[in-house]
Structures are given as structure tokens and as C-alpha cells.
Ligand binder design. Structure first.
Ligand code: FMN
Length: 231
């Protein structure tokens, strides 16, 4: 399996000075809401044309590590972008939640094969406030809300029936028309990046890698340092 990457290039002088702005542009292109300019030919094309509908461009690999250095990763969905944070939702008592509580440094990886692009984020995760977690929780389908109550994420269970029985009990406890409360252990994480790398595949494995760095908690007017990395 050897594929050449010819879809486009990335030049330091063309990227935004703000990596969150650059990310939003790439994200809109990955989700098909913006076209991609094909550089040399000047043509625009819809990057998601012909993509299977099950492709989830907001899926990202989240890596976390215990203080002892045990690293784990899994896929989660990006559910929000602010001018400073990437936001996802999960259980605070899951393996990832426990690792983040002990060591908030995390890494995110987006891979958009249809654009021959990758974005890597090194950042620090913190729990979102309860109000925004509740707002997102209540925007989910009712059965997903019940599912969050039924599942003690990452714990061992006897069988699938245990979960199904819990779902039945919860459906009886919270009939349609009543509000399903936000579970104590469930909510969002906002990841503040200190490093974001944009990777564009190029021919002959001479890929473009543009990396932005800035210390955590910098005032928003502090400029990001932008460099090119060797592929
Ligand atoms: C496409 C995809 C999207 C997922 N999105 C989420 C998510 O947004 N939040 C979540 O908690 N788990 C999500 N999962 C499940 C996680 O990958 C993982 O199994 C779960 O969070 C438990 O991880 P942990 O035991 O490492 O904490 C998703 C899985 C896939 C394959």
C-alpha cells in the first residue's frame, strides 16, 4: 500500500497567525462545509463529495497518560471549538477521566484521509462548567441521556443484560416528558492547546508540517510561534 499525496500544499506565509482559525478552516473543509482550493489548477472541489456518510470528520484520537507514564488512547468526538479550546464529552470516572484527573496533559489527533491531512494537538484538559455540560447533555437524544446514567464507563460488567435492565429501570424512573438529570460523573472537557501541528501530505514523502507553539495561559494577544518541521 503506497500512495502519493498530491492534493495540496501548506506554506507558512499562507496559514493564519492563529491556529484555532486555521483549524476551523481545515475542519470546515473536512466536514464539506468549505471547498478546498486545489492550488496549482486553482480549481475548487468539495472535499466530501463521494465520501461514505459514515465518515465522522469530528472523530479524534485522544491520548492520556497516568503520572506513572502508562499511555492509553481512544476515539472521541469533537463537540465544540472555542477561540481557545477543543471540547469533548465523556464520563469523568472513565479510564480517560481518571488519567486526566491525575495528569491533565493530553494529545489529540485528527486524521482526514480524504484531504490527506492530519492535525496534532498537545494540550491540557479541564472540566467544562456544569452549565455548559448540562446544555450539551440535554441536546442529546433522550436514550443517549439515559445511556449515560446506565453505563459506568470503563468499569467491568457481568453481561449486556445488566445494561439493558438498567435502561428499563431508568426509562421507568424518567418517563417521556420529565427531565433526565445530568449525571454527576458526566460532562465536558475543554482542551487548551500549547502546540498544534498541521500536516499536509505531499509527493515523495516531502510532506508539509507547520507547527504553532505558545505556553499555556498566554494572554490571547500573545502571538503563536510558527515553524516548519522536517517531514
Ligand atoms: C467514532 C467514535 C466516537 C466516540 N465518541 C466518544 C465520545 O465522544 N465520548 C466518549 O466518552 N466515548 C466515545 N467513544 C468511545 C471511546 O472510544 C471509548 O471506548 C470510551 O470513551 C471509553 O474510553 P476509556 O475507557 O479509555 O475512558 C467513541 C468511539 C468511537 C469509535
Amino acid at each position: 500500500m503506497r500512495r502519493d499525496y498530491t492534493l495540496g500544499g501548506l506554506r507558512k506565509q499562507d496559514v493564519s497567525t492563529d491556529p484555532m482559525v486555521q483549524f476551523e478552516l481545515w475542519f470546515r473543509q473536512a466536514t464539506g462545509r468549505n471547498t478546498v482550493d486545489s492550488g496549482a489548477t486553482g480549481e475548487s472541489r468539495s472535499p466530501t463529495a463521494g465520501l461514505p456518510e459514515w465518515v465522522e470528520p469530528n472523530a479524534m484520537t485522544l491520548s492520556t497518560a497516568s503520572p506513572a507514564g502508562e499511555v492509553t488512547n481512544r476515539t472521541v468526538l469533537l463537540k465544540g471549538i472555542t477561540d481557545r479550546h477543543f471540547v469533548f464529552y465523556t464520563s469523568y470516572e472513565s479510564t480517560k477521566g481518571r488519567q486526566i484527573a491525575a495528569n491533565p496533559l493530553v494529545s489529540l489527533c485528527f486524521f482526514w484521509p480524504h484531504l490527506q491531512r492530519q492535525v496534532l494537538v498537545s494540550g491540557r484538559a479541564e472540566q467544562t462548567d456544569r452549565e455548559s455540560s448540562a446544555a450539551y447533555f440535554h441536546s442529546r437524544p433522550r436514550d443517549s441521556q439515559l445511556g449515560a446514567h446506565a453505563s459506568s464507563q470503563s468499569s467491568t460488567i457481568e453481561s449486556r443484560e445488566v445494561l439493558e435492565q438498567r435502561m428499563e429501570e431508568l426509562a421507568a424512573r424518567y418517563p417521556v416528558g420529565t427531565t433526565v438529570p445530568l449525571p454527576e460523573r458526566w460532562g465536558g472537557y475543554a482542551v487548551e492547546p500549547s502546540k498544534i501541528e498541521f500536516w499536509q501530505g505531499r509527493t515523495n514523502r516531502l510532506h508539509d508540517r507547520i507547527v504553532y507553539t505558545r505556553p499555556f495561559d498566554s494572554p490571547s494577544e500573545t502571538p503563536w510561534e510558527i515553524s516548519r518541521l522536517s517531514p
